[in-house]
Design a protein around this ligand. Sequence first.
Ligand SMILES: [Zn+2]
Length: 203
Amino acid sequence: MTQPIDEGYVKYESNWTEGDAPDEDSVAELNRWRKPLLEAGLIGHDDTHDVGFGNLSLRTEGDQFVISGTQTGHIGATGPEHYSLVTGVDTDANRVNCFGPIQASSESLTHAALYALDPSIHAVVHVHSPALWRQQSGKLPTTRPDVSYGTPEMAHEFERLWRETEFPERRIAVMAGHADGLISVGGSLEQAAEKMLGLYRSL
Ligand SMILES: [Zn+2]
């Protein structure tokens, strides 16, 4: 008997209100930094499994943030129609409330957990890189291998990294339980993206 891969985990639930695209300035800034990440292959589309990977987000006000929509990793040039405003989350119920022309990425919960760590965090970049993941696991602050992405446990795991490791200073981390996954945070999208791109260039 085959088991669904999300066996044992709370299923992600999106509470989506269809509406206008997020503000133009946020979308422009996200597109600006998405481009070099896409060109580096850190964000993109996995043809073998037909899934998009990687995403970035920008805090607007309070705990709200703009993030790329679900399954947009394959799109070369994203427009306002590919972004959604996350207006709130319930971490332990794995529920995301979002507003926009498209549903927010299923990875919004982890982004929300990172914004909740510190008010100085204004941007989050999540990428996939087999090479960086292998090289940096256990060197950079690293989440536990038994914690899967998109689960309430991952949100709590980032709280632990913030308390117990150099994550607040380094602002970049590896997710051992999410193959190829890394996360960077910053006071701006430029800071978060450059942190990741700088590490990538050093390979
Ligand atoms: Zn991922």
